[in-house]
Design a binder for this molecule. Sequence first.
Ligand code: PAF
Length: 280
Amino acid sequence: MKVVRSTRAMYAMSQSLRIGGGVLGFVPTMGYLHEGHVSLVQLSRKHAARTVVSIFVNPTQFAPGEDFAQYPRDEERDLALCEAAGVDVVFLPGVDDLYAPDASVHVVEGSLSRTMCGQSRPMHFEGVCTVVAKLFHLVQPDVAVFGQKDAQQLAVIRRMVRDLCFPVEILAGPIMREPDGLAMSSRNVYLSDAERKSALGLSRTLGMILDCWQTGEHEAIVLEQQARAHLARVYPAVQLEYLVFCDPDTLWPCDPVPAGALVALAARVGSTRLIDNILI
Ligand code: PAF
C-alpha cells in the first residue's frame, strides 16, 4: 500500500495507476475509519482494479463552533485498517496543499443542499462539493463510493457529478450498523454510555416508521406524528432536528410515502449531532 501526502504526488500517482488500465475506485473519507468505511472499500474493490482512499478532515465543511478541532483522528490506526482492507493508495493531503490561502472558487449546489442538514449547516455542502471536486481532479477515479448513511450528501454529489460532467460513476454503500442497530459513525465516539443508549432512538424510530408503513399507514403527517410521539415517550433525550419523507434523488418531500422513499432524520443527543435514514 502506498501513502501519498501531496496533491502533486497524488496526481502523478493517479496518472501512473491509469497507465496499466483497469477501473480506478475511490473512497473519500475524513478518517477515524470504522467497519462502515471498510465496507465502502470492499464495494470499490468489487468494481475497480485499484482503490484509493483519501483521509482528510475538510475544514470548509465545518461551520465555526462545529466539531472540526475535536473531530477524532487516528492516522496510524486508519493506515492499518486500509492496509488490511486491501487499499492500494492512501491519500493524506494537508490543508495548505489543498486550499490556497486566498481560494475564491467554490462549488455550490443550489437546490438539494438547502433542505435537511443544509438548513442547520448552510455552508456544509459547499465545503463538501468543493473538496470532493478537488479530490476527483487529483485522483481521477472511474468510480467513487459514498455511504448511504449520508443520503443527502450522496444526492448532492450525484447532482454535482451530473451537472459538472465529472466522468465518475457514483456508487452507494449500504449503512453499516452496530449489532443493536445504531448506524456506524466516527462521531459515535463522542457519546457517553447514557447517550449511546438514547442514540438508539434514531434507528428504532426509523424501524417503527417502517413497521407502520408496512401495515398500511402511508400518510407522511401521520407517520411523522407517530415517530415524534415515540421519540418523546421512549427517548426523551433525543432532540429531533428534522424528519423527512422524500425522493432519494431530488429530496422532494412525498406524501403519501411511496415504496422507495427516503426517510431521513437528524437529531442531537447531548451535544452530538447524528443522522440516520432508511429507504422504504
Ligand atoms: O462523508 C465524508 O466523510 C465527507 O463529507 C467527505 C465526502 C469525505 C468530504 O469531506
